[in-house]
Design a protein around this ligand. Structure first.
Ligand code: FAD
Length: 505
């Protein structure tokens, strides 16, 4: 096979042992064809980015695919359960809404539930209340409750979806143990050079500080922001999205746990960005993601510390980044997974999902017999599309803010947005229509939660919704709300659930 050139893959080398590196190693060690070895090179001296602790429900599929026992994983990583994200102060100070995992109500005769809700809200009698009242994950999150969903599709509990908050270092450790048990060879060392074939540019080996040479046929770049292989060696350009997503720094600090164990991430808008709060069993992760063009580093640091609920455990750490992605994520015999491929701020906790997505697509196009240009193009097409779709969803949160009097928020509200997002907004503003694009991560329920949460109201509704008798719709909605209320009331608290099944302490 010559097409994309050189030949068969029997040795995979992963550079980097952060979340991306060990997730890739764990998956490859289970799924690559027999006869393919996996080696991971990492440098403890360099360390990992050390953040990245909130996830979305797709991580459950990844863990299941690896045969991980969920309670053991929760215990080992100090994890808690996550039913969604609470956005505070994004519309205006004092407001809050949830983007829950899961669905709102149930469609009726082909009419989406949110259309019924919008119609009822317009009629006003009876007042339908917030749309979150019709989503079990949202109601349970607000009440600090959690249990696992039911497999019975008839049960209201089957509409509950969840993810995790975990300690990133403990997760990488957990996956490392699993990978090494499955045959992955770990090499400690700092990569200082990359050997490439003079003609094709294919990577042949990485060289370590002590002159060791680690050769392979497929290289997975998990080296973090530095993008050692794809960016530096292969020179694949980076497209910046700074003009849409101006936040370029963060302060991060851990704090002592205080109060109830909330089953959701919190994202609170602040002067020039937003602050995260991620509750784990043994501590809370906090950070302030901000635009350095709009606030001083010291002021941002102070704002983070002032907003902590428990005592800070150590000094805040600063991180620098730029929103954007490489123009190709697979080039020649190198695939970039994780921060080496691109970065989108953690507002919707999507980075770990994008790692997982990159791994899944690499597995489905694994080049065991050699490199096919068609397969490489396919990988890039779907991965770049997914990055772009996630980008649009994150931009929506900023663009639809109603905070006035701050340069940062005014700029976000008035900036021009990607054409793909404009089209999506136009469909919503017209008749409240939301369509899930091919391969799109976020469901219509996710878009609806954020659009309504941010106060983006459509001018009209789908004419189909108007054909349903309003009295009947109101009764149906009251029934849904009642069932959800009763189901949430019967659930244990998040804390009690963890204590019973998977406490790490
Ligand atoms: P890193 O963790 O940086 O790992 C890079 C690895 O490469 C390390 O092992 C390092 O030692 C190694 N390395 C680098 N250079 C060399 C060299 N020369 N030789 C040998 N080894 C080398 N994602 C989420 O999904 N949820 C979140 O809540 C979230 N929050 C975030 C908050 C912030 C402020 C930031 C910046 C990111 C956040 N992310 C989040 C993203 C998440 O942290 C990353 O996607 C994830 O940790 C993967 O990082 P990585 O493995 O690609 O890189």
């Amino acid at each position: 096979m010559r097409d994309g050139q050189p030949g068969r893959v029997t040795k995979v080398v992963i550079v980097g042992g952060g979340t991306a590196g060990w997730m890739t190693a764990a998956a490859l060690s289970r799924l690559v064809p027999s006869g393919v070895s996996v080696t991971l090179v990492e440098s403890e001296k360099i360390g990992t980015v050390g953040v990245g602790e909130a996830t979305i429900p797709s991580l459950l599929d990844f863990n299941r695919m690896l045969g991980i026992d969920e309670d053991a994983f929760v215990r080992a990583t100090g994890a808690t359960f996550k039913l969604g994200i609470e956005f505070r102060d994004w519309t205006r100070p004092g407001d809050s809404y949830l983007h829950p995992f899961g669905t709102h109500g149930r469609d009726v005769d082909g009419v989406s539930f949110h259309q019924l809700w919008l119609r009822q809200a317009a009629l006003g009698n009876p007042d339908p209340g917030p749309i979150g009242d019709y989503c079990l994950s949202a109601v349970a999150a607000r009440r600090g409750r959690f249990t696992r969903p039911s497999a019975n599709p008839q049960s209201v509990l089957s509409s509950l979806f969840y993810a995790f908050h975990f300690d990133a270092a403990l997760y990488a450790r957990f996956l490392r143990d699993l990978s090494e048990r499955s045959g992955v060879v770990r090499i400690e060392g700092r990569v200082v050079a990359v050997d490439q074939d003079a003609e094709t540019g294919f990577i042949e080996a990485v060289r370590l500080e002590d002159d060791r040479r680690v050769d392979g046929e497929l290289f997975v770049d998990c080296s973090g922001f530095r993008s050692l292989l794809l960016g530096e060696a292969l020179d694949v350009p980076f497209t910046s999205w700074k003009h849409w997503l101006p936040c370029d720094r963060a302060w991060a600090v851990q704090s002592a746990r205080e109060g109830i164990l909330t089953p959701y991430t919190r994202a609170t808008a602040d002067t020039a960005g937003w602050r995260w709060r991620i509750p784990l069993q043994h501590r809370v992760g906090n950070g302030y993601v901000y635009s350095s063009a709009h606030i001083d580093d010291d002021d941002a640091r102070q704002a983070l510390l002032a907003g902590l609920e428990g005592q800070a455990l150590g000094e805040p750490r600063q991180l620098h980044f730029e929103a954007g992605r490489r123009d190709r994520l697979w080039d020649r015999n190198c695939v970039a997974i994780g921060l080496s491929g691109g970065f989108l701020e953690p507002l919707e906790s999507t980075s770990i999902h994008l790692i997982q997505s990159g791994i899944a697509r690499l597995m489905s196009l694994f080049p065991d017999l050699g490199f096919s240009l068609t397969e490489i193009d396919e990988y890039n097409r779907v991965m770049l599309r997914e990055y772009d779709q996630v980008r649009d969803f994150i931009i929506l949160h900023y663009h639809a803010n109603k905070r006035s009097g701050s340069q940062f928020w005014d700029q976000c509200r008035t900036m021009s947005i990607p054409a793909s997002l404009s089209a999506k907004l136009a469909l919503w503003l017209g008749k409240a229509r939301v369509f899930r694009e091919q391969g799109e991560l976020f469901t219509p329920d996710g878009w609806i939660a954020v659009l309504l949460g941010q106060g983006v109201r459509p001018t009209s509704i789908d004419p189909l919704a108007a054909t349903l008798p309003p009295g009947e719709s109101a009764r149906f909605m009251a029934h849904v709300r009642d069932m959800i209320d009763k189901t949430a009331t019967a659930m244990p608290t998040h804390e009690a659930f963890i204590a019973e099944h998977c406490a790490s302490m």
